[in-house]
Structure formats: C-alpha cells, structure tokens
Design a protein around this ligand. Sequence first.
Ligand code: BYC
Length: 314
Amino acid sequence: MNDLVPELDNFQQKIDDEQRIEPKDWMPEKYRLNLIRQMSQHAHSEVIGMQPEGNWISSAPSLYRKIVLLSKVQDEAGHGLYLYSATETLGITRAEMNARLQSGESKYASIFNYPSLTWADVGAIGWLVDGAAIVNQVSLQRTSYGPYARAMIRICKEESFHQRQGYDIMVKLAEGSPAQREMAQDAINRWWWPSLMMFGPHDSDSVNSQQSMKWKIKRQSNDELRQKFVDQTVQQCEILKLELPDPDLRWNEERQHYDFGEIDWDEFYQVIKGNGHCNRDRIKHHVKAHKEGAWVREAMTAYAGKKAQRKDAA
Ligand code: BYC
C-alpha cells in the first residue's frame, strides 16, 4: 500500500473488488470530474435527443403511432431527469450543467445533430439509435458509481421498448409499398454511420478510456461495444430485407464477427466541434424552451415554499 495516498489505494481496491462507490464515499477528484463529464453529457443527450423525434409528434401517421411516440419522447425527458439527479450527487447543480450545455462547454451525443427528414427516420432512430444506446447502457449498468449504475438499470428497461417501437415502424414500412420501402432504406442510409459514431472514437484515439476503464466507469471499450452493435443489427436488417450502406460489411468466420468499413472520422469530429447540420438549432431550441419554462420552475419553487411553511406551522 502506498503510504502517501492510502485513500487512493483503498478506492482502487474497492473498484477492483466490484464494490460500488456511493456519493458520500471518498473519491479522487479526477474520478468525480470524469463522472460529471460523462454523466452530464449522457443526460444532455437524452434531453437534446427529444428534439429530432419530437418534431414528428404532430405528423405521426396514426393516433396509435402518435401516442407511442409521445410516450417515448416523455421517457427520454425522464431519463434526462434521472441522470441529472444522479450527477447532482457529485456536487454540481442542474443549473451549472445546463449552463455548460448551452455554452457548448459540455457535449451531447453527436447523433442528435442530424435532421429527421421523414417518418422513417423515427423508425431508424428507435431501431438504430436506441439500439446503439442500449448496447452501451447495458454495459454501464455495471459502472462503478452507484447512482449512475442504478439509473442505467431503469433506463435500459425503457430503452428496449424504444428500440422495439422503432423496429416495428421499420417492419411496417419494409412490408409496405415500394415508396415506403424506399423511404425506410433512405433512413437507414442516413442513420447507419452516425449510429456507429455514437460509440466514440477508436480505442486507440479515445482520450478518456484508459482511466475510465481502470476506474470501471466504462466496462467495455468503444470498439468492443460498436462491434457488438454491428453484429446484432446486421441480422435485424436482413429480416427487413433492406441493406446497410457499407460495401465492406461481411461475416468474418475467423473472428466470428462482422467486418465493417471505416467511419468518416472527419465528419465525427466536425459534428462534435459544433459544425453538424443541426448543432446550432438544437441549442437555440433548448435555450428557448428553457426560457419559456421559467414560469413553471418559479411556480414549483413557490409551491414547495408554501408546503414547507404549512409543515412548519403544523
Ligand atoms: N458524441 O475519450 P472518448 C439516447 C467525445 S441518448 C459526442 O472515447 P468517453 C437517446 C467524448 O465526450 C444516450 N461526443 O470519450 C436519447 C470526448 O470528449 P470530452 C447517449 C462524443 O467518454 C433520445 C471525446 O469525444 N448515451 O439513447 O470515454 C432519443 C473523446 O472520446 C461521442 C451516452 O451518453 C459522441 N458519440 O467515451 C433516442 C452514453 N463519442 O468529453 C435515444 C454515456 C465521444 O473529453 N457515454 N465523444 O470533451 C459514454 O458511454 C461515453 O461517454 C462514450 C465516449 C462512449 C460516448
């Protein structure tokens, strides 16, 4: 044991023994900051992710589809709330996280900077984007920080409903008219590569991975999770009798995995730098919605104050 930093050794031992770290436990400052970074970005992704699908609520093709989509988008808001609350246990306020999102200091998933142009995009988002998110989040159910791991367990249950609703839309379109099949194929063509980007850069280029894996914030690497997603999604696409837009995609008997083509990393870095199709609009919309919601926050604070006063008087 290192005499100078016994806390650090104890902390690492706990992690190695698969014990969870809880909010009041001692933790290295870098662990706390790394978690705030990842968890708040995760929360922002859930909240910003409501926008591309939210656009389609008023244009859903049937009452049934509208109800399902509305409920799915509400779930995303809930996921944002669990994650913001879990992140607050690390000593940062919701207002600070919000300010970092709106100033561009804090990122959110690159995928939500692509536009949702047709109804098939709602299917592709549910199937591919939620599908990719589940692969990542199932792994995060075993993350070392207790509040994050517990939030993930609940979120994963809801995400699998989201993935199924997306796939169900794709099945219906794939069984439909030639125009509907074409619309489904076009959505797959546009969402496939950005979905693969959701897992982040290659392990060799991932600046945070080494430390995050040691502290078990991340349990599987970016490339491992991306491979898992590709392997499961190819078969789902075959059932739809549609195609994934990658000429290099093929089964590798030796590796027992699918090989696939190289991601356009230049596009990825442009998007996370703020230069994607929708970055500016997404933040602009968030700022507007936040301002317009000020009266709700004020009313809730006033109500909570009155309730506390009544309790004190009783
Ligand atoms: N997009 O060192 P790396 C959902 C950044 S929402 C943007 O590998 P890390 C849904 C990364 O932040 C679910 N940025 O990072 C909602 C880092 O920059 P910083 C969203 C990305 O953290 C609504 C830099 O690139 N899920 O399901 O070790 C509707 C270097 O990367 C991205 C999560 O948020 C990206 N794709 O690994 C529908 C999962 N990739 O921060 C669906 C939680 C990388 O140093 N997050 N960057 O400035 C994670 O698991 C990890 O943060 C990542 C990246 C695997 C994403």
